[in-house]
Write a protein that binds this ligand. Structure first.
Ligand SMILES: [Zn+2]
Length: 249
């Protein structure tokens, strides 16, 4: 068996043990009683209860309409640039993420450290995130420019951080951090590559499998860090991994 295949199999096995599904964007807003006593005061303020069915109301409208074909000419499909069939954006969130140029969020990681665990079943739900196994204390870096909107402690995610993209359409979510980088403040602007914290196993991650749980959410018209539609980060991370060796030359 090729080494890459072994690595993938090992990663998948470890990741399965590593963390249950982390429905952070819903579980953490059920009220102060749902949070551990160690949560900072700022995190205990329960956000307003979202109206039912209000997620991403602007999502369908954000796609540009296809141009009309001129008489005698074939119709033009203009929604997205040409991509490999398996990487074609399926949703508005996928398209937005595909337009971003992400940095890999764990320092020193390579393509072989990536495994598409987004669709894995975890405790009855889908994982909807990518787990990146790394040694405890490995630096975690901002994948994009954008505002650090929330430092949050949750039962499943442990020490977590939410960052918006520069257009406030996507939220990047980093979980299970061992600790934050010094000097982080909510509202500060992060630059791609800024140190935000260190890999750990806080929350429901297994202590013997520290990893970064990384997720992306497409937000609605009112960007709210606790509310969004999950987007698979794997294609964007995979692209970043493929580009990284070129950048490091
Ligand atoms: Zn995870």
């Amino acid at each position: 068996m090729r080494r890459a295949a072994w690595t993938c199999a090992l990663l998948a096995l470890l990741a399965l043990q590593a963390c249950e599904r982390e429905p952070v964007r819903t579980a953490v807003v059920s009220g102060p009683n749902a949070l551990p006593a160690t949560v900072p005061t700022a995190a205990v303020q329960a956000p307003p209860v979202p109206p039912a069915g209000a997620q991403a109301p602007d999502a369908p409208a954000a796609m540009p309409p296809a141009p009309m074909a001129a008489p005698g000419q074939p119709a033009v499909i203009a929604q997205a640039p040409p991509m490999a069939a398996d990487a074609a954006p399926a949703t508005d969130g996928d398209a937005l993420l595909a337009a971003r140029s992400l940095l890999l969020p764990v320092q020193g990681m390579v393509a072989g450290d990536l495994s598409d665990t987004y669709g894995q079943g975890r405790g009855g739900g889908a994982h909807e995130a990518i787990d990146i196994l790394a040694a405890r204390g490995t630096p975690v870096l901002a994948v994009d420019d954008g505002t650090l909107v929330k430092l949050f402690t949750s039962v499943p995610g442990g020490l977590t951080l939410y960052q918006f993209d520069p257009q406030n359409k996507l939220a990047y979510y980093y979980a299970h951090l061992d600790r934050y980088a010094p000097g982080l403040k909510e509202g500060m602007l992060l630059k791609r590559g800024d140190l935000v914290g260190y890999v750990g196993s806080t929350g429901n991650a297994a202590a013997n499998a520290p990893h970064l749980h990384f997720a992306v959410f497409r937000m609605g018209a009112q960007p709210q860090w606790w509310k969004g539609t999950p987007v698979n980060p794997y294609p964007a991370l995979r692209r970043a991994a493929d580009l990284q060796p070129l950048l490091n030359r």
